[in-house]
Design a protein around this ligand. Structure first.
Ligand SMILES: Cc1cc2nc3c(=O)[nH]c(=O)nc-3n(C[C@H](O)[C@H](O)[C@H](O)COP(=O)(O)O)c2cc1C
Length: 394
């Protein structure tokens, strides 16, 4: 069933961002309602929200709503409320449970863990000791308070208090809405390609984007798990308090980062496309165009998945990705089993389908019990499927 979100907008200069936030929430297929404070209506009009929502927004008590406990009914018919932007005044009123307008009365009718607050204010307001005390208090009560950004403020000054961009607010909301893993763990996720330099300018690599690995790291972090993301070159950025990112270039560096952390982790997910070979010798200067042909001598890189499987304690879980052009899922699984892998993620690269860089994928999840095919799933959905598998193995 669609999740129902109540978006609250207060009187900040950042209120214009909430129109775009509403659009992004609609794209994610949430069921939405909007409440504005009367000061918010001076910054953005109810009409703008209504045009996007195609229904009335709420401003005052009993405004276009059947009489009774309208704020209580409205609150209880939503999964969460998101106040974005939240002014200093609204935050202070929440901290002392003062229902001085319809938005606050609705927010106070919800248990704190169902309310997300996205502050927006001048840095002087934000850094004020009374404000910081209120924020600490609200977090202790169970409210989800997003950290504002340091950036250019409405006054032109640079400081802390800026409302984060709607894309980041959405990430925060999805995090809040994601059910948490019962017994949380630490996972290592490798992502992206590696580069094996031939000379100072050229390298051997592949076109892995790292998208899947990043989305797996994100999903696990949203579920409350710590993640060590070992990222090859070009892996997209990801910001989350539970994700520690280690950037590496070569297969050897990736191996060293994994080796360092494996004994303190419970899960390994090898989604990186690691080079199997590296030049025997890296030339100190750029190779000149002299001969008609050039022979490069290559040697094997460390097999990270094999090492992890060989050094696995009983309770640790290893997930191996197998991108194949010729092997069937059965053959790929046999190969993975030899490396002591608990769960295999098989995908095939063919002339019709190339998973590199695309946002969708066709995969077969390989376990001792069964092989299960997932066709044309988004990489975000694949990350959820994979996280479910890991939770079921724990
Ligand atoms: C141009 C302008 C911009 C404002 N921006 C902010 C802001 O970003 N954050 C804030 O806390 N207050 C801001 N205020 C002050 C609030 O609008 C004021 O405290 C208002 O009473 C908030 O009411 P509300 O929280 O019920 O919406 C601004 C005021 C003006 C005139």
């Amino acid at each position: 069933m669609k999740k129902r979100i109540l978006l609250g907008v207060t009187g900040s200069i950042a209120a214009y961002k909430s129109l775009y936030l509403l659009r992004l929430l609609q794209d994610r297929d949430f069921d939405l309602n909007v409440i504005l404070t009367s000061s918010a209506t001076k910054f953005v009009t109810p009409l703008s929200f209504e045009a996007l929502l195609r229904k009335k927004v709420f401003v005052e008590f009993l405004d276009e709503y059947p009489a009774g406990n309208d704020h209580v009914d409205l609150a209880s018919s939503h999964d969460i409320m998101v106040i974005a932007p939240a002014t200093a005044k609204t935050i202070s009123s929440l901290a002392i449970a003062r229902p001085e307008n319809f938005l606050l009365a609705t927010a106070l009718a919800l248990p704190p863990h169902k309310v997300t607050i996205v502050p927006a204010m001048e840095d002087g307001f934000w850094n004020h000791p009374a404000m910081q005390e209120n924020i600490t208090k609200l977090r202790e009560y169970g409210y989800h308070v997003m950290e504002p950004e340091v950036g250019r403020l409405a006054s032109g000054k640079v400081g802390a208090g800026r409302m984060p961009d709607p894309e980041e607010v959405i990430e925060f909301i999805i995090d809040v809405l994601t059910p948490k893993t019962k017994h949380s763990f630490t996972a290592i996720v490798t992502a992206g390609p590696t580069r094996e330099f031939i000379d100072p300018v050229r390298f051997i690599s592949n076109s892995a984007s790292g998208k899947t690995g990043v989305l797996v790291a994100r999903e696990l972090a949203f579920r409350g798990n710590k993640v060590i993301l070992v990222a090859g070159p070009g892996v997209p950025p990801i910001k989350h308090r539970l994700i520690k990112r280690i950037d590496v270039i070569s297969a050897q560096e990736m191996f060293e980062a994994v080796r360092e952390s494996w004994h303190n982790s419970e899960v390994f997910i090898g989604s990186a496309a690691v080079s199997d070979y590296t030049p025997v010798e890296k030339k100190k200067s750029k190779i000149k165009k002299v001969d008609d042909s050039l022979i490069l001598e290559l040697k094997r890189t460390p097999d990270i998945l094999k090492w992890v499987g060989e050094n696995k304690r009983k309770e640790q879980i290893v997930v191996g990705f197998a991108l194949e052009t010729d092997l069937s899922p059965e053959e790929a699984y046999k190969k993975l089993l030899r490396k002591n892998v608990d769960l295999g993620v098989y995908n095939q690269l063919s002339e019709e389908f190339n998973p590199f860089g695309s946002s969708n994928n066709n995969v077969v999840m390989l376990t001792r019990k069964e092989f299960k095919t997932y066709k044309n799933v988004s990489k975000e959905e694949l990350a959820r499927i994979l996280a479910d598998y890991i939770e079921s193995l724990k």
